[in-house]
Design a protein around this ligand. Structure first.
Ligand code: NAD
Length: 364
């Protein structure tokens, strides 16, 4: 049984981490939490966090955890990860790993120097729909993955833009694009070699990166694209992927919706009625007009995915192996995010290999 203590007792701790740890009965116990905000501490005390503190150092000294979860805003991730590593703890860090690649590298080097693990909670690959889609790649029905497109549409509100998030100019790519680019690497099993991004500002009252248009090329000619749009006043679609394979397509979708369609398949001259209830998420294999559901996720897919992702971290600690989404691996996804911003700023494509290479691997 591993002991975990949590730095930052805000939304991600309440909605994702505490439910995830609670579902891993007998594998992990929450021993403490800390937050400078008194209200956050009061909430945590009333919701099963046995010891709460204002100061992270005091929390670690008093609760002696094996793992520290870093759930503070991104600007604090480096300081909090280094504090935990310095105290001999492994780290389960929220995404993005850090606010800069220099900070990410400092975390990686600190962890490798002391032989401890840092895992980033980019948990989307552990959602059932994404795991099922990836497992289908290479099958007889789907074949090789050739191209994928990702699409996100969300309407910001005063609530979503409150606090530290609303102060970020590089917000959509850093906060959300990191999940999308991480999934692109997960599906292809490779990192794109070139990225071209455009971040237009069609609404002069919006100073941040509300639209991210990103195109990616792989060394073997395969490609991916992503549209992240937070200006649309239309219906929200949290995240859809369309994966085009040699023999079929896979459509994954996160976000509750009911869709009804009535029409005629023109080639077969056959009428159809299609009612789809999409709860948390769904992955569908599509060949022409035929479709087969591959997997579904519950209404809140984030906490169960974090539980599976964290479970894999615990497995790796037991086995002495490198866990999935280790800081060094996840840095490649973060590198893509920064390369996208660089590309948009320079209005030209960026070659990934020569863009901010990672520090030498001290474990080799
Ligand atoms: N993986 C996911 O699906 C997911 C979802 C949401 C948020 N996140 C990430 O989780 C992190 C936190 O996001 P959030 O939505 O919980 O934000 P939040 O603002 O709701 O919570 C952050 C908490 O950190 C506390 N905090 C601020 N400074 C601190 C310090 N110096 N020491 C300790 N605590 C401090 C704040 O008081 C607040 O309670 C971010 O990195 C965010 O990107 C990840």
């Amino acid at each position: 049984m591993k002991r975990i203590a949590i730095i930052g007792l805000g939304a991600v701790t309440r909605n994702i981490h505490l439910p995830a740890y609670a579902s891993l009965v007998g594998r992990v116990a929450v021993v403490g939490g800390c937050d400078p905000d008194a209200q956050a501490r009061t909430w945590a005390s009333g919701h099963g966090v046995p010891a709460v503190f204002a100061d992270p150092g005091e929390m670690i000294d008093r609760t002696r955890p094996d793992i520290v979860a870093v759930c503070s805003p991104p600007d604090f991730h480096r300081a909090h990860a280094e504090l935990a590593l310095g105290a001999g703890c492994h780290v389960f860090c929220e995404k993005p790993l850090a606010s800069t690649l220099a900070d990410a590298d400092a975390i990686i080097v600190a962890a490798e120097k002391c032989g401890l693990q840092v895992v980033v909670n980019n948990q989307f690959p552990a959602m059932r729909i994404h795991t099922a889609a990836r497992d289908e790649i290479g099958s007889a029905a789907f074949g090789r993955l050739l191209y994928l497109h990702a699409w996100h549409t969300m309407r910001p509100t005063a609530h979503t833009e409150a606090g530290w998030r609303g102060a970020m100019q590089r917000r959509v790519g850093m906060e959300f694009g990191i999940h999308v680019l991480d999934l692109v690497r997960f599906f292809f099993g490779a990192t794109p070699t070139r990225i071209l991004a455009h971040m237009p500002r069609p609404d002069a009252s919006v100073s941040w990166d509300a639209i991210n248009l990103v195109a990616m090329d792989f060394a073997d000619g395969r490609a991916a694209s992503a549209v992240l749009d937070r200006l649309s006043k239309g219906p929200e679609r949290y995240l859809d992927f369309r994966l085009d394979g040699e023999h079929a397509a896979i459509h994954t979708s996160i976000g509750g919706q009911v869709r009804a369609a009535v029409g005629v398949h023109t080639r077969q001259r056959r009428p159809f009625v299609d009612l789809r209830l999409v709860g948390g998420g769904r992955a569908v294999l599509e060949q022409g007009n035929r479709s087969r559901v591959l997997a579904a996720d519950p209404q809140n897919p984030f906490a169960p995915a974090t539980a599976r992702h964290f479970g894999a971290f615990l497995d790796a600690l037991d086995a002495g192996t490198r866990p999935p989404a280790s800081a060094r691996d996840n840095r490649e996804s973060l590198r893509l995010v920064f390369a996208a911003y660089q590309s948009a700023a320079d209005a030209r494509s960026v070659e990934i290999e020569s863009f901010a290479p990672p520090p030498p691997d001290l474990t080799r």
